[in-house]
Design a protein around this ligand. Sequence first.
Ligand SMILES: [Zn+2]
Length: 510
Amino acid sequence: MGHNPALTRQTANMRWCLQNTFRKNDFRPLQRDVIVAVIEGHDVFLQASTSFGKSLCYQLPAVLKDWGLTIVVSPLLALMVDQVNALKALGISVETINSNTPQPEKKRVLQDMLCGHPGTRLLYVTPELCATEHFRRQLLVVHKQGQLIRIAIDEAHCISQWGHDFRPAYKELSWLRKNLINPPVPITAVTATATPRVRSDIIDILGLDVTRLKLFNTPSARPNIHYEVRYLEDFADDYSGAEDSQLSNILKWLRAIRTRREARLGAEEVAQLPPLSGIVYVGTRALAEHLAARLSSDETISAVPYHAGLEAENRSRIQERWKAPHPVQPSAEGKKPPTFSIIVATNAFGMGIDNPNVRFVVHWTPPSSFESFVQESGRAGRDGCAAASIVYYGLPERDRVQKFIYRDTEHHRRNGLENREAKLESFGKVIRYCESITRCRHELIKEFFGDFELEELGSQLPPSTPAPAGSTSPCDFACDFCKEGRGGLSKRRSKMASETEMSLLYADFG
Ligand SMILES: [Zn+2]
């Protein structure tokens, strides 16, 4: 690669652009390769975790070339507004047309787009806009003028009925490849989560050119995360008994972490350190409130609820504090600072969270889809240091989630029966993941997410550190199966026990 002078020149510009326009020091592993493929005009499929910096992979090429327009299709208004504001703050010429755009503004953006030499480098639009006759005609004009350099599809998994966020308007994006021809406009599709079925839908529906398609992915199971399932005893109808026992289980675990940390660093030293951050995902708003209050009654824990029912102002305050390097305000005099800063959240907590130091993600109840599980647990340890993912699993909760999926898909019938089947299938993977006592959990995640198929398709991965020579575990003992073995897990599962002495073994980070 380094022998091609044109490419060498381009990569030199890439770094310059990264540092001077995007004000970042360096590319993340693999990011540079993806960007080169985009610049070279390939169709690109990128599946990578939230922390990867997927958007840079189409933003940088759009800015690097000092002419031409890149269209970005994004499903979520909040996400779109976030990105547009961030780019504007960097002085990049970016626009959006969405349901909130005032008419005169829309007119101004479209005028620039059609003027023959648009000043706009990136235009963010909804899939619904792309499906309108009017906008399509305009795209054809820009293309004819030779100014449409690329289409980027964000959250590309929304295109598939087999995905967990299916959005009917996404399917209409098939129009792009069929009509933006001679020459075809390259498409970059990015997503955090796609099963093999969803992935092949993305490629088929968008009409990506498989002969020139470049695939990239980051591993679905993250090597620095310890994955564990905790089996809950069935308390029949004694809800408060069940809750007490689960709560005492997590408190015991947190206590063990604190004890170890103090033993290693000394209590004095620990008191000076920022608290350890964690997320506990729960199924309902009421439970978020309730559990946060119960956790906070422990003096070492500062826990706040987070859900869509909170006022926007309150939510952004929590997010801001959460992102800060010292996430809890210094406490009142004489009071010991907390050891743990915990957000008890519904799945509303996710978008735009930028805290690389999350040490643990706990699913208080099983997540309702395998995609959510991978995405949510993947919020732990983005700094690359040791972190933990724990799922509490019990049979009553399993049945409750399953019923919920039935009811929910009943409400959204227009999404089709495949979508129900897809959701049940995805939750089926959660069940299999939780109930398995015979396989490494890292391997299970990679299998369910089709990492092995991606490998076969020639997808490029970031360089990885191999397990130390002589290690007999595929994940270097970073999961409960590899630590406890089948015997230990089977014993725990058969009891669906609330107290597991084994769990104390895992308290070794921070
Ligand atoms: Zn393992």
